[in-house]
Design a protein around this ligand. Structure first.
Ligand code: PEP
Ligand code: MG
Length: 566
């Protein structure tokens, strides 16, 4: 008969599987002490092994929170007070290492448990975890839990070290009698995307009972009817759950299943977007479109105004910040300057071409950039470079500004200098350009516009925005291979980086840095973490033999859809 129980929801999501009780019966054995030195040695070695075990888990793919839990445990184990307390008991009570250790830990646990400070009492689980781990080593019982079918794990209490090791292939949910929303095991199960509930009388659940666990509502349904199962299966498919999972997974490293780390940076259009990017977890900026700061003014900005803006961006991010120099022209004209009246503005005085013919404006911006780099994370990016001459000319102006500042005895920190790759001539001249830059970022919006000769502002030819076209793949592959040959960092900041399907293709091409809209972080991270570099590389290889945008799109889209439901 179907029965429902209510507990405390600790990690969201739905799980439908059979109950599996986890047995934790480790205690110190009752044999007597062999002698002080022998027992002292045993406990020291066991603690050493436990520290080693925990520290080797730190190499795994952990969130900051999970890392914090393990580091706290290491600190407790390394506390000299712990070992001297144990040694005293071995000596005075003539008991063995395991008994002395258990007694000491029980004392510590009591003190923590009775603390009025919630933060301290919550750490009781860490102490129990340590106790369990060291006793396990002393008992030489290091059993790994192995499953061959999907189960919902049921335990009186689950320790963080056990939670971290759970095999997600088979453990679909966790039910514990003890624990809270903020217990470390709950934090870890959330991070791992395993639904969990605590506060359930576990004796009401029998091994092999089929149950539904609703981690959002904190419900357990034992022996559910077929229609209840169907209802929950459809809830499981619900996008909300997926989004929750994506949010939790943001704490994990963005890397493929086979260990290729992908760096996600943020595209920013103005300083107003900084708080949102930080909230979404952005560590750095891959493209700051600096021209936007020039649009809301009545006049050209002064060095001091620009410096303030740049200092704000640079100091907001721990990692690198790539600020693109003024990219006006095309569809972006400064309202207070004479219009250019060009027949083909996108083929006219755009980007670096504008800066090189308005050297004062360019120098003002460069000066502000150089003066703002106390944080030493400034990367200056030159847009629309078409030839080596342009690049060298822009760089010599930067050098000029630097020496002007040095002559005024103003200390500056050297920024990295890079360029956008968005013009086909630069793509073909890449080997001449690479030795002269520190980094390169591909502006796929313009690169595709120029590759297909299709104005990006003209709806009539928008069908020619074909990011999956084998021509695009071959062009990008050419640049990526050359950048790798010269050891130059390469990233993509055009819209292709912000679209999940094209991003997968870029990763397959060997690009490991994507600058995206920060709101895309959860989805990007989620999909990348389920992808395999090897598979993406072989999809790229297949794609190179295809003929059309549609064919390649289908290849990557199918792969992406499979990852989204996995
Ligand atoms: C690009 O061209 O891809 C790019 C990122 O620059 P923008 O869209 O500002 O031209
Ligand atoms: Mg561009």
């Amino acid at each position: 008969m179907q029965k429902t129980f209510k507990g405390i929801p600790t990690s969201g999501g739905i799980a439908i599987a059979k109950v599996h009780h986890l047995t934790q019966q480790l205690t110190s054995n009752q044999e007597g002490s062999i002698g002080f030195l022998y027992e002292q040695n045993r406990i020291k070695n066991a603690i050493c092994d436990a520290v080693f075990e925990i520290e080797s888990m730190l190499n795994e793919n952990l969130s900051v929170e999970a890392e914090g839990i393990l580091l706290t445990q290491v600190a407790i184990l390394k506390d000299p007070e712990l070992i001297s307390n144990i040694e005293n008991k071995i000596r005075k009570n003539r008991i063995n290492a395991a008994q002395a250790f258990e007694l000491t830990m029980n004392e510590f646990i009591e003190v923590f448990k009775n603390s009025n400070n919630h933060m301290i009492s919550e750490k009781t689980a860490d102490l129990k975890d340590i106790k369990y781990r060291v006793l396990k080593i002393l008992n030489q019982e290091n059993k790994q839990y192995e499953y061959n079918e999907e189960v919902i794990l049921v335990a009186e209490e689950l320790y963080p070290s056990e939670t971290i090791k759970l095999d997600k292939t088979f453990i679909k949910g966790i039910i514990t009698e003890k624990g809270s929303k903020t217990s470390h095991a709950a934090i870890l199960s959330k991070q791992m995307g395993i639904p969990s509930i605590s506060g359930i009388d576990i004796h009401t659940l029998k091994n092999d009972d089929l149950i539904i666990l609703d981690g959002d509502e904190g419900l357990i349904i034992v022996n559910p009817k077929d229609e209840t199962i169907r209802k929950y299966q459809s809830i499981r498919e619900n996008f909300y759950q997926l989004k929750e999972k994506m949010k939790y997974e943001l704490k994990c490293l963005t890397e493929t299943q086979d260990g290729k780390e992908i760096h996600l940076l943020s595209n920013l259009g103005s300083t107003n977007e900084i708080p949102k990017a930080l909230k979404n977890g952005a560590l750095g900026v891959g493209l700051y479109r600096s021209e936007n700061d020039y649009f809301n003014l009545d006049n050209l900005p002064k060095v001091s105004e620009l410096k303030k803006i740049y200092q704000k961006i640079l100091s907001s991010f721990k990692s690198k910040v790539i600020i693109r120099t003024l990219d006006v022209g095309g569809d972006k004209m400064l309202p207070y300057l004479e219009p250019l009246n060009e027949l083909n503005p996108f083929l006219g005085k755009r980007g670096i071409r504008f800066s090189l013919s308005n050297i004062d404006i360019f120098k003002t911006q460069i000066k502000a950039l150089l003066l703002s780099n106390e944080t030493q994370n400034l990367h200056i990016m030159l847009p629309m470079i078409s030839t080596l001459d342009e690049l060298l000319q822009a760089k010599s102006i930067i050098e000029e500004v630097k020496s002007e500042l040095k002559n005024e005895n103003i200390q500056i920190y050297e920024p990295k200098i890079g360029m956008m790759l968005e013009v086909p001539s630069a793509l073909l001249a890449i080997e001449d350009l690479l030795p002269n830059i520190d980094f390169i970022s591909i502006g796929t919006n313009d690169l595709l516009q120029y590759l297909f000769a299709a104005d990006r502002m003209n709806d009539e030819v928008s069908y020619l925005y074909q990011p999956f076209h084998p021509v695009v793949i071959k062009s990008l592959k050419y640049v990526v291979d050359k950048a790798k040959k010269y050891g130059i960092n390469i990233s993509v900041c055009g819209e292709m980086a912000s679209d999940i399907t094209t991003a997968l293709m870029l990763i397959g091409l060997g690009i490991d840095e994507l600058s995206v809209h920060s709101k895309m972080y959860p989805q990007m991270n989620y999909v990348i973490r389920r992808s395999k570099m090897k598979e993406l590389e072989s999809l790229v290889e297949k794609a190179m033999k295809l003929k059309t945008n549609q064919e390649v799109f289908e290849l990557f889209n199918q792969y992406k859809n499979e990852l989204m439901i996995s």
